[in-house]
Design a binder for this molecule. Structure first.
Ligand SMILES: N[C@@H](CCC(=O)N[C@@H](CS)C(=O)NCC(=O)O)C(=O)O
Length: 219
């Protein structure tokens, strides 16, 4: 029987993983529909006519698009195993870092991935600066951004797990090194060791092949 919750996704998309992890951490059953992005399904185009992107979450026939919006929706509809702090101030701090990661750090990662030979070092340093700020100001000495357990900030910063690791290999520069970002580096390992995350990560070989192909042939 069809489930009430459906997720349209793509296997290498970090935005899709944010939603997968949130649903799994809350124990929500769902049907997963893998999209062929060069050849999107009619349903995806109907559900997300503005951006035509994944992820799209469909709950009781109603579509929700844009991953941060989807995460907020999941948190509101299924408040158990919370992904945001209860305290309003702490919640605003979490949202501040979610914003910082999706805006500043994510664009720095994209610029790093696409940088030409001459600009690579500068792009790497810009990303390092943002990661250092995140390490010092948001993570501190905690195990996770959420404290002792994973919260929404951890899910968003997960861009700096498999995705940054693959991109560093493709670009040929390492930014997230234990000597320069020791606490963030330890966080990556802690995050990837959490059972729900560990069971739901993209295959590293396939990621490397995929991102190498994208970088050498953007179209
Ligand atoms: N801002 C969107 C970004 C989603 C996004 O970029 N999805 C990509 C896959 S990683 C996509 O669907 N690309 C298809 C396209 O652009 O045609 C979100 O947070 O959900």
């Amino acid at each position: 029987m069809d489930k009430e919750v459906k997720l349209h996704g793509f296997w290498s998309s970090p935005f899709v993983y944010w939603v997968v992890w949130a649903l799994k951490l809350k124990g929500i059953e769902y049907d997963y529909i893998e999209e062929d992005l060069p050849n999107k399904s009619e349903l995806l185009l109907r559900y997300n006519p503005v951006y035509k992107k994944v992820p799209v979450l469909v709950h009781a026939g109603k579509p929700i698009s844009e991953s941060p919006v989807i995460l907020e929706y999941i948190e509101e509809v299924w408040p158990h195993n919370p992904l945001l702090p209860k305290d309003p101030y702490e919640r605003s701090v979490a949202r501040f870092w979610i914003n910082f990661a999706t805006d500043k750090v994510r664009s720095a990662l994209v610029s790093f991935f696409w940088a030409r030979e001459d600009d690579k070092k500068e792009a790497a340093e810009q990303m390092f600066d943002y990661l250092k700020i995140s390490e010092e100001q948001a993570l501190g000495d905690k195990k996770f951004f959420g404290g002792n357990s994973i919260n929404m900030v951890d899910l968003i910063f997960a861009l700096f797990t498999c995705w940054i690791q693959t991109m560093q290999q493709v670009v040929g520069i390492k930014v997230l090194e234990p000597s320069r970002l020791p606490r963030l580096h330890a966080w990556v390992n802690n995050f990837k060791e959490e059972p729900i995350i560990k069971e739901n990560l993209p295959d590293t070989e396939r990621m490397l092949e995929h991102y190498t192909r994208i970088r050498s042939n953007p179209n």
